[in-house]
Design a protein around this ligand. Structure first.
Ligand SMILES: C[S@@+](CC[C@H](N)C(=O)[O-])C[C@H]1O[C@@H](n2cnc3c(N)ncnc32)[C@H](O)[C@@H]1O
Length: 308
């Protein structure tokens, strides 16, 4: 029994049959994948979560002053809603819309948020943020804040990132604000360690995508036959995650399949690392002015507030 609508099945199989096979990173996030990601955020090597949080807390009063109270926060890829807690403390919105593809995990996280903020109007949208999605019709189009933390924007290649930011821009109208976390270019050793931790949690997260794909397309991947690889590609300024076949493997799904030779890889994720000026250019092309940029002292991560 498969869980995926037909378009997802086609997308996954299409990716697996490419000369260099790929699986889109959104398929990491079944319930186990979401839990493993939460574990990743607490690893010593994984600096983005704690660095972004520290920046937001240090500059919280300034951010709150610029956004103002009573807004409608729309968080893209809200996950555990942990960062939403800090943000809601800071800016006291009237409405909060949590969007994520990992439905079960999102509903649980939203329940936690409701308990912490009983007066906040909290809505949940289990949706793919790259697909067309509409906001609840009773929500005002005024005074919106799109919150996109965690450098999730880095999972999209530059043209896709531009198109996503342009969609956020349209969602915001003329008086909205974008608050976005962006991971910055840094030493390759720091980057590769963040995506290949000593405890093997990122490896488990990467390998788990095969279990999810098995359920979605009824395939017979054995995660034990694959190994996790994380490589910084300096030319394209991105950390790449791959799964590498440890032997010759025949994988099958209804009606078809593919043979992978030992050493052959499936590309599962890109995480683009930006220079602030390059990201500001992208924001400009998407119709934003980058009004404020906050970073940590080492300039490893940036929190950017941008307006149309
Ligand atoms: C890297 S995690 C970031 C989670 C959290 N926002 C943070 O900053 O720690 C990416 C989140 O986006 C969600 N996600 C990934 N691709 C998505 C998509 N195409 N549509 C909606 N949510 C997506 C995942 O389920 C996950 O919760």
């Amino acid at each position: 029994m498969t869980e995926a609508p037909i378009a997802d099945t086609r997308e996954i199989i299409g990716g697996l049959l490419r000369p260099v096979a790929c699986i889109a990173p959104k398929y990491f996030y079944d319930a186990r994948g979401s839990l493993l990601f939460e574990e990743i955020t607490r690893l010593p090597e994984y600096y983005p979560t704690r660095t972004e949080r520290a920046i937001m807390l240090e500059h919280g009063a300034e951010i709150a002053g610029k956004v103002g109270a009573g807004s409608t926060v729309i968080e893209m890829g809200a996950g555990s809603c942990e960062k939403a807690r800090d943000l809601c403390e800071l800016i006291r919105p009237a409405h909060f819309v949590a969007i994520d593809i990992s439905a079960e995990f999102l509903h649980q996280a939203a329940d936690g948020l409701r308990a912490a903020f009983p007066d906040l109007d909290i809505r949940v949208l289990a949706a793919d943020l790259t697909a067309d999605m509409s906001m609840p019709s009773d929500l005002s189009p005024r005074h919106r804040l799109v919150f996109y933390p965690g450098s999730s924007i880095g999972n999209f290649d530059p043209p896709q990132a531009l198109s996503l930011l342009s969609r956020f821009r349209r969602l915001l109208g003329e008086d909205g604000t974008l608050l976005i976390g962006v991971d910055l270019l840094k030493d390759a050793a720091v980057l590769e360690a963040a995506y290949d931790d000593a405890a093997g949690v990122t490896a488990a997260f990467n390998l788990n995508v095969l279990n999810h794909v098995n359920r979605l397309i009824d395939s017979d991947f054995d995660p034990g036959q694959w190994r996790h690889r994380a490589i910084f590609n300096a030319l394209d300024s991105r950390v790449e995650m791959h799964l590498e076949a440890t032997l010759d493997i025949q994988v099958s799904w209804p009606g078809a399949g593919r043979r992978f030779l030992r050493g052959e890889r499936i590309h599962t994720e890109n995480s683009y690392k930006y220079r602030i000026e390059d990201f500001a250019d992208t924001l400009g092309h998407a119709g934003f002015r980058h009004t404020d940029v906050w970073t940590d002292a080492a300039r490893w991560f940036a929190v950017i507030l941008a307006r149309p």
